[in-house]
Design a protein around this ligand. Structure first.
Ligand code: PLP
Length: 383
């Protein structure tokens, strides 16, 4: 007799990301204008692809060290040291299978059942999913649209309990594109010391900044409670390489390396050779992509304004939030109708949290023509 598979209940009950739901629909249809996914539309720069191919040709086809290739760890350490001024060596670095694995490792190492995790709302859905996976309790702090999605230190302080184990910071933010201030970063690290919790700082978009300056938590971490997440996926258009990295205290890195063994054994040598070429090679590709995202951001904002829509101009990353409450349905319903009726895929606001229930997120990692047509069709649904 057939049986239902008895999936662990907290995983069966876990909601999946709404971005992937819409992406699944987009992949099944023809000629969809794709504005939902956070993936650079540029080709990976050729010198990076060449380095990965050369590595394969020269025998990089085997298991590697759990912590990642030594030259890459050195290069990543150099990256953190030069961008933050904080002394960093390879002992502070573990290379992972994409930045998501750096995040998943942090949750595995720090979140015990019942521990509370402070998570931004709106925020990338994976933070809440990871918390549920580890049987922790998500406690959301609010990024209010009327405050330009800036977090409020006093509100966060009010959410802290003796069970607060860690806080997640994502700046520039997915999905809002906003950057937190230096004062906020200083304040949050002070709170973390006073109340003894860790700060997982997802800085994957730190090189995609249009206005203002990104502030890393690292210079404000005086006692090793910052776990900084980065990677090559977004900066270098390398999402398919799956290379991310964590900068943390050496004793954390030892445990993180152990976790790679359980979860993925190790990274992929050729992909890491590509990442090394990205970090050590010419950075003009990054400057060029950044200029293109900035142009698209400005273009999209002009178009949205022309159509009289309510939106928030992002300071960084490549996302832009639009308020669709005029449509009289929530952001998920709107995104479903939009793909069915107008062949445009966008990320539904509710997947990022309660405060973005009536919003949608569009990705600026798409061509100008796609943005123009996509915005026109969104506008058509609002009139
Ligand atoms: N962190 C944020 C905020 C992201 O938006 C993403 C990908 O969308 C990641 C981490 C994961 O990056 P990777 O593709 O390197 O795993």
């Amino acid at each position: 007799m057939k049986q239902n598979i008895r999936i662990v209940p907290h995983i069966a009950a876990m909601e999946r990301s709404g971005i992937r739901e819409i992406m699944g629909l987009a992949l099944e249809k023809k000629s969809v204008i794709r504005l939902e996914v956070g993936e650079p539309d540029f080709d990976t720069p050729p010198h990076i692809v060449d380095a990965a191919c050369a590595a394969l040709k020269h025998g990089s086809t085997r298991y590697i060290n759990n912590t990642g290739l030594s030259p890459l760890r050195d290069a990543v350490a150099g990256f953190f040291q030069s961008s933050t001024g904080v002394a960093t060596s390879a002992d502070n670095i573990v290379v992972t299978h994409g930045a998501i694995m750096s995040l998943a490792t942090a949750w595995h190492l720090l979140v015990d059942a019942g521990d509370e995790v402070l998570i931004p709302d709106p925020g990338w859905p994976n933070y809440t999913m990871l918390t549920r996976l580890l049987r922790g309790t998500p406690r959301h702090y609010h990024l209010r649209a009327e405050a330009q999605f800036q977090p409020d230190l006093a509100e966060i302080k009010g959410l802290i309990t003796p069970r607060t184990k860690m806080m997640v910071l994502c700046s520039p933010s997915n999905p809002t594109g906003q950057i937190v201030t230096k004062q906020f970063v200083e304040g949050i690290m002070r709170l973390a010391r006073e109340h003894d919790f860790y700060v997982v700082s997802d800085e994957i978009y730190s090189k995609i900044v249009f206005d203002g300056e990104h502030t890393s938590v690292l210079p404000y971490d005086s006692d090793n409670r910052a776990i900084v997440i980065h990677g090559v996926s977004k900066t270098y258009a390398m999402t398919g390489f799956r290379v991310g990295f964590t900068r943390a205290a050496p004793d954390y890195v030892v445990q993180a390396a152990k976790m790679q063994e359980v979860l993925v054994s190790c990274g992929v040598a050729a992909a890491q050779a590509g990442a090394l070429a990205a970090l050590e090679g010419p950075q003009s590709c990054v400057t060029e992509m950044l200029a293109a995202y900035r142009q698209r951001r400005d273009f999209a904002c002009d178009e949205l304004r022309r159509h009289g829509m309510t939106f928030w101009r992002p300071q960084g990353a490549f996302y832009l939030m639009i308020d669709v409450s005029e449509a009289g349905v929530d952001g998920r319903e709107f995104a479903l109708r939009l793909i069915n009726e107008q062949n445009v895929s966008v990320a539904p606001g509710p997947t990022f949290g309660c405060l973005s229930k009536n919003f949608i997120r569009i990705s600026l990692a798409s061509s100008r023509e796609n943005l123009k047509q996509g915005i026109e069709r969104i506008a058509a649904m609002l009139t």
